[in-house]
Every structure is written in structure tokens, then in C-alpha cells.
Design a protein around this ligand. Structure first.
Ligand code: HEM
Length: 482
């Protein structure tokens, strides 16, 4: 391969990259060494803020294809044609650990998919567990603070194993269901290829006639589900902390593909108030016997990123990135997420983060938003940067498509919990649905870290678990010698 000439960022050839420019052989160094100054100054700015959550991740490219048209339920363009392959970029992640933390630690895993559709980008930003700790976004910063390193010591006590985590969790009864997932072996994995994905929140699909239906997303891994126990997780955290990152990269690099099948559960709006739980509550699953999984299509992942920073670190996913045919529901957790992601990305990547190639839609972007840091101005020509206008021939003009799903919204201002909290029922059902071995692991996985928490916190936690299932509470209490 022909060797390229080393250049500065201005494209000027660099004659010597080994020795600074000095006055005499022994120096001092001259300020006019522009190559040295540029090199150091750029290096000094290499780090950007890490994601406030989901800091450690791995990315991969691929495509998505439906098995059959979803036109009956949604007009979303990428869900219509069985021949259409929509390009995707996926980022899998851990949640709590910092950028250099271990892949195998107990944690939910992020499962974020960006579909580059002909109607603009659609992001499905999910996790590998079907429910969440809380149901109102106003609690999210407190929740994350209690999971992250302590503000005084900065000590991340092996992910979740500390009083601060259990203090918050035990005072948040709606988290009990999530605990039965996170502290089962579903919370410890070593391969992103072998886990499920869930949208967790409830969205709305809207068809061409304007009819809406609630939807929950599920990704099923073609390779099946694989978990590890807490001892293997601890061993790997020491011996191979990047195990899941490497597994994904090596698998794709060897020419193999990774497949996930997209399934959805659909629910008519009329069912919203007919159940013994609130279907828009992110701490709940929808029973699959009443709301069966419907197969939608498959995602095939087949190409590694070429530059980790450019593609994976700078990827920006957001639940508010929806396309016509998909809308958010009134789910109070989701509503907060709609604001939070783009907000943090403007801080983390700058106001023009959607012009970065990995985030840029494959369709033209036409609007009058201008300027700001790192503006590349692609497609922004001419004298008209306002609307309405005649000087630009009235262009760009609005599409006029304003079909909404038609979900009813009404009510006076208030700060209220949802009426139907039902915090423990699904947690108990989940425990009772596990095999004996999985129940043993769940108890052991809770007892080990919880034993480090203060006694009053341990007792509060046992009370919540007992309300979910008397046997589960009793076994954890016994393990804690309470
Ligand atoms: C109110 C609740 C939540 C808030 C406020 C919130 C906020 C955030 C923020 C600020 C980020 C960093 C984004 C970035 O820097 O690019 C993030 C990342 C992420 N969140 Fe959430 N989150 C919430 C709940 C959830 C839930 C329920 C899920 C799963 C369904 C989830 C999945 C993810 C994923 C997968 C990422 C990483 C995206 C990536 O790979 O870049 N989050 N979240």
C-alpha cells in the first residue's frame, strides 16, 4: 500500500514528527512550532462527557426487514414492504458503570436501535429487561444518583451492592418487580448477542386511517438467551472486563451475523382502564396470554464500526425520534425521556449533533434551524432561512400530515401518582414462574449484596419482597439472618 504523507489538520505536510522545534539543539521550544501546538491542543480535547448513564457500550451496523406489512396497525413507512431493507445502527450498553467498567457486572443492558428510514430516523431505545425501577421520570435523577458512586467517596461498590442503592430501592416499592428481573441471572450476561430487548415503555402505532393502538416492543435473539451466575460475573469482571464488547466485535469480524426478531404486543385504547394494573406503567408487563406477541420482522447485524469514537461514542439515540405512524403514549416515564435524551446530547455532543454522520438521517434535512457550534451547513443554501416565505418559492413547506392516534387527553393540572399502583403482584408472579434453580439464584443474588446494607434497609427490603411473595421474603430474611 502506498504510504500517505503525514500532514497537519490544515493538510500541510509534516517534515518531522519526532523532535519539537527548538532554539538551538537543547531548546527551549519555540511557540512557532504550530504542528506541536496543534498536536497537543487536539490531544488535550480528546475526551467528551461520557453518557450520564449507559456510558460503556458496543455498536454494530445492519438492517431491518418486516416479515409482512404492518399497514393494518401503523403507517410507518419502514414497516410496510417485505422487500425493504432499512439500515440500522445498534448500540448495546451497560447502565451504571463508567466508560471503562466491566461488561459482566449486574446491571440492565441497553438495547438502542436507530432505523434510518425514508421518513427520517426512528430510534427504539430499549433495555434487556422488560420493566423499569420507577414509573415517573421525576424520580430518575434520584434513582441514578443512588446507583452511581457515592458523592463523598466516589466509590462504586461493585455496581449495586451498597446501602445507597438498597436505601432508594426499598423506599420505592414499585421497583420490586424490576428487582426480580435484575437480581435473577438475567442481570448478568457475557454476550450482547444472546439477550432479549424490550421497549419497556408503551408507544402508539397509528394507521393510515388515523386509528391508534398501544404497542410494546420485544426483541428475541436468534441465538437464544444466555446468562451467567454472579460468580462467573465477578470472575469475568476481573479477568475479561470487556467480554461482551469483544464477543460482539469478534463475531462480526469473523464474517458471522447476529439476528434479532422484532415482536410486538398490541392493546386497544379501550383496555386501558379495564385491567388490574395500569398498562402505561413501566414497572409492569402485559400478560402474553391476553396480549400475544406478534412477529414483525428481523434485524440482521453484519458490520462492525470502523471508528469507535465517531460511530459508537457519538451515536445519539432518543425515544422522541419517532416517524409518522409511531407516537409516544402518556406513560409518565416515557414523557420525561422524550425531553432528556436530546437535551443531554446537545450538552454531550453540541447543538448540531444530528449532523454527525452516524446520527444524520439518510433523507435530506430541510428546515431553517441555523448556525451554532460545529455547523457544517450541508444543504443550507440561498438567502431564505425563514418560513413562510415567497423568496424561496415557499420552500421548504410543511407536509400537512397531521393524523394523530387520537388518544383522549383531558384533565386539570395536578401532581398525582397513577391510580392503580399494584406494586407487588407481578413481582410475586415472576418469582413463582422461575425454576427452582433460578429462584435459588435470585435469593442468593439479592442476599449477597443486601447483606452489606444497614439493618433497617434490609428489613424494609424484606417487607417489600414478602408482599410480592411470602416465600421469597422468608428466604431472603433467612439468608440475611434477620
Ligand atoms: C425517565 C427515565 C429515563 C431517563 C430520564 C433516561 C435518560 C437517559 C439519558 C440522559 C441517557 C444518555 C443519553 C446520551 O447521552 O446519549 C440515557 C441513555 C440510555 N437510556 Fe435512558 N433514561 C430513562 C429510562 C430509560 C429506560 C426505561 C430505558 C429502556 C427502555 C432506557 C434506555 C436507555 C438506553 C439504551 C440508553 C443508551 C443509549 C445509547 O446507547 O446511546 N432509559 N437515558
Amino acid at each position: 500500500m502506498a504510504k500517505k504523507t503525514l500532514t497537519t489538520n490544515q493538510g500541510v505536510p509534516v517534515a518531522d514528527n519526532q523532535s519539537s522545534l527548538t532554539a538551538g539543539q537543547r531548546g527551549p521550544v519555540l511557540l512557532e512550532d504550530v504542528h506541536l501546538i496543534e498536536k497537543l491542543a487536539h490531544f488535550d480535547r480528546e475526551r467528551i462527557p461520557e453518557r450520564v448513564v449507559h456510558a460503556k457500550g458496543a455498536g454494530v451496523h445492519g438492517y431491518f426487514q418486516v416479515y409482512k406489512s404492518m399497514a393494518e396497525y401503523t403507517k410507518a413507512a419502514f414497516l410496510q414492504d417485505v422487500k425493504k431493507k432499512t439500515p440500522v445502527f445498534v448500540r448495546f450498553s451497560t447502565v451504571v458503570g463508567a466508560r471503562g467498567s466491566a461488561d459482566s457486572a449486574r446491571d440492565p443492558r441497553g438495547f438502542a436501535v436507530k432505523f434510518y428510514t425514508d421518513d427520517g430516523n426512528y430510534d427504539l431505545v430499549g433495555n434487556n429487561l422488560p420493566v423499569f425501577f420507577i414509573r415517573d421520570a421525576i424520580k430518575f435523577p434520584d434513582m441514578v444518583h443512588s446507583f452511581k458512586p457515592a458523592p463523598d467517596t466516589n466509590i462504586p461498590t461493585s455496581s449495586s451492592a451498597n446501602s445507597r442503592f438498597w436505601d432508594f430501592i426499598s423506599l420505592t416499592p414499585e421497583s420490586t418487580h424490576m428487582i426480580t428481573w435484575l437480581f435473577s441471572d438475567r442481570g448478568t450476561i457475557k454476550s450482547y448477542r444472546k439477550m432479549e430487548g424490550f421497549g419497556v415503555n408503551t408507544y402508539i402505532w397509528v394507521n393510515e386511517k388515523g386509528k391508534g393502538v398501544y404497542v410494546k416492543y420485544h426483541w428475541k435473539p436468534a441465538a437464544g438467551i444466555e446468562t451467567i451466575d454472579r460468580h462467573e460475573s465477578t470472575r469475568l469482571a476481573g479477568e475479561d472486563p470487556d467480554v461482551a464488547t469483544r464477543d460482539l466485535y469478534d463475531w462480526i469480524a469473523s464474517g458471522k451475523t447476529v439476528e434479532f426478531e422484532l415482536n410486538v404486543q398490541l392493546m386497544e385504547f379501550d383496555d386501558e382502564f379495564r385491567l388490574d394494573f395500569d398498562p402505561l406503567d413501566a414497572t409492569k408487563t402485559w400478560p402474553e396470554d391476553t396480549y400475544p406477541l406478534m412477529k414483525v420482522g428481523k434485524m440482521v447485524l453484519d458490520k462492525n464500526p470502523e471508528n469507535y469514537f465517531a460511530e459508537v461514542e457519538q451515536a445519539a439515540f432518543c425515544p422522541a425520534s419517532v416517524v409518522p405512524g409511531i407516537e409516544p403514549s402518556a406513560d409518565k416515564l416515557l414523557q420525561g425521556r422524550l425531553f432528556s435524551y436530546a437535551d443531554t446530547q446537545r450538552h454531550r455532543l453540541g447543538p448540531n449533533y444530528l449532523q454527525i454522520p452516524i446520527n444524520r438521517p439518510i433523507v435530506p434535512v430541510n428546515n431553517n434551524q441555523r448556525d451554532g457550534f460545529m455547523q457544517s451547513g450541508i444543504g443550507f443554501y440561498g438567502t431564505v432561512n425563514y418560513e413562510p416565505n415567497t423568496l424561496g418559492g415557499g420552500s421548504p413547506q410543511q407536509s400537512g400530515d397531521s393524523t394523530f392516534g387520537g388518544r383522549p387527553i383531558e384533565g386539570a393540572q395536578m401532581r398525582k401518582k397513577i391510580a392503580l399502583t399494584n406494586d407487588f403482584q407481578q413481582a410475586g408472579e415472576r418469582y413463582r414462574s422461575l425454576s427452582k434453580n433460578d429462584q435459588d439464584h435470585l435469593v442468593d443474588n439479592i442476599v449477597d449484596p443486601l447483606s452489606h446494607a444497614k439493618k433497617e434497609i434490609r428489613k424494609r427490603m424484606v417487607e417489600n419482597l414478602t408482599r410480592a411473595d411470602a416465600e421469597l421474603g422468608k428466604r431472603v430474611a433467612q439468608g440475611l439472618k434477620l
